[in-house]
Design a protein around this ligand. Structure first.
Ligand code: AMP
Length: 396
């Protein structure tokens, strides 16, 4: 069974083609285009690349195309992308303005190009559907809540991958199995061992931290939109609700301009004044740029804030996992985030921390009560697995 996973940005198309034949999971091909102006052409070119590489003879070979869709009104989980679902995504475009509109365009174009192939979406909100309401509710009037102003949580595919893979690495196949069946039985698969408490840190261009108990999310740092939680590459992250009306009045800007500045000119870029890429910010900090140093410190403080929140909520942790571009590659940030926590049972092994090269590694000391892991994430594989499961279940 071949499943294509298409990752759609406002000007990019990336893909991975998986083959699930003979009970194996094989990545057959991956590629992508940046600065896409003509989307139908990009789809054509991606199919041509897949064919040239010998990964696909014809698009009719595809069992489905899976998408890491973000958010839809009253719909989550893994679903067939029919007009009803697309309408529900359009209804919540305002909650994910950078993501939903390009996905809607892209999905419709894929549908037009290959009408016989099922299109499936795994929503980024899916991993949080079983989180306690008290962790997801904002203290807003009911009418606000009713139009979708609540914590939804994002990066669900990544945190689900980490929930499953960390359980496997810690020898907890009971929990890994629970994660695999999460969207089938809603986390009812029994756990045979002691409660497994994991704090998953997806630190990248966009960052979020999720508390996970026995494979099920109990809360996450991102809220109603991906514009919340930790400072992001060029997005602000958490901000006081009074800040926007205050800035509009005192800086003489429109709400739209305030929004633009908070999504394009803030975060690491806003504080450092250097770049939205942590590599550049780190280099500038090493060269003595105080604003760049401050940007890193704000990021580190925020990561510690959220880890601390879930550490307390979970009553401790068995593992803290670092993943995504920053989490997998920036030893000095992992070190700073885990500094001075020996009293909480968190002790990094500096040599292991520095030597790991974005591969699965335990980077804590053997004496550390809390294991600290680096696990490269694989969001596309999660989308492909859930798409496969949906197809199989709808056949039965
Ligand atoms: P992501 O959104 O997961 O691709 O992560 C992007 C962020 O991770 C950027 O701030 C990059 O500077 C950082 N990053 C990605 N790859 C590397 C790498 N190989 N070495 C250091 N930093 C990296």
């Amino acid at each position: 069974m071949k499943i294509l996973v298409a990752n759609i940005g406002s000007t990019s198309l990336k893909w991975r083609l998986f083959d699930f034949s003979n009970n194996a999971e094989r990545l057959l091909h991956k590629g992508g285009f940046e600065r896409v102006a003509d989307f139908p052409k990009a789809i054509e070119d991606s199919l041509a690349q897949l064919k040239d590489a010998g990964a696909l003879a014809n698009e009719s070979e595809l069992a489905a195309v899976g998408f890491k869709t973000v958010i839809a009104k009253n719909i989550t989980g893994c679903v067939r992308l029919d007009e009803g679902v697309l309408g529900a995504m359009a209804a919540y475009s305002g909650l994910a303005p950078a993501h939903n509109p390009p996905y809607l365009t892209g999905i419709r174009l894929f549908g037009k190009r290959m009408p016989g192939v099922p299109l499936v979406g795994l929503f980024e909100t899916a991993f949080y559907q079983f989180a306690p309401e008290a962790m997801m509710r904002y203290a807003v009037p009911q009418a606000w809540h009713d139009i979708g102003i609540r914590r939804w949580g994002f990066h669900g595919a990544s945190h689900k991958f980490i929930a499953e893979r960390s359980a496997e690495m810690l020898g907890r196949n009971d929990v890994a199995e629970r994660v695999r069946k999460l969207y089938i039985d809603g986390g009812k698969t029994p756990v045979t061992g002691t409660p497994l408490r994991v704090i998953s840190c997806h630190l990248g261009g966009s960052s979020s931290i999720t508390g996970i108990l026995n494979g099920v999310a109990i809360g996450t740092s991102m809220g109603m939109s991906p514009q919340s939680g930790l400072p992001q590459n060029n997005r602000v992250g958490d901000l006081d609700a009074e800040a926007i009306p205050y800035a509009v009045k005192n800086l003489g800007i429109t709400i739209e301009e305030a929004q633009r500045q908070l999504t394009k000119e803030s975060g690491l870029k806003g504080i450092s004044g250097v770049s939205n890429d942590i590599r550049d910010v780190s280099t500038a900090a090493e060269q003595g740029n105080a604003n760049a140093r401050l940007a890193l410190d704000v990021y580190i403080a925020s990561a510690r804030h959220w880890i601390g929140s879930y550490f307390f909520e979970l009553g401790g942790a068995d593992a803290i996992v670092f993943t995504a571009g920053i989490g997998e590659n920036r030893a000095e940030l992992r070190d700073a985030i885990c500094a001075n926590l020996a009293d909480l049972g968190i002790e990094l092994d500096s040599a292991l921390n520095v030597s790991t090269r974005a591969t699965e590694t335990i980077i804590s000391k053997s004496s550390s009560r809390v294991k600290v892991l680096v696990i490269p994430t694989n969001e596309e594989l999660v989308v492909a697995r859930e798409t496969k499961r949906l197809l199989e279940n709808s056949r039965n």
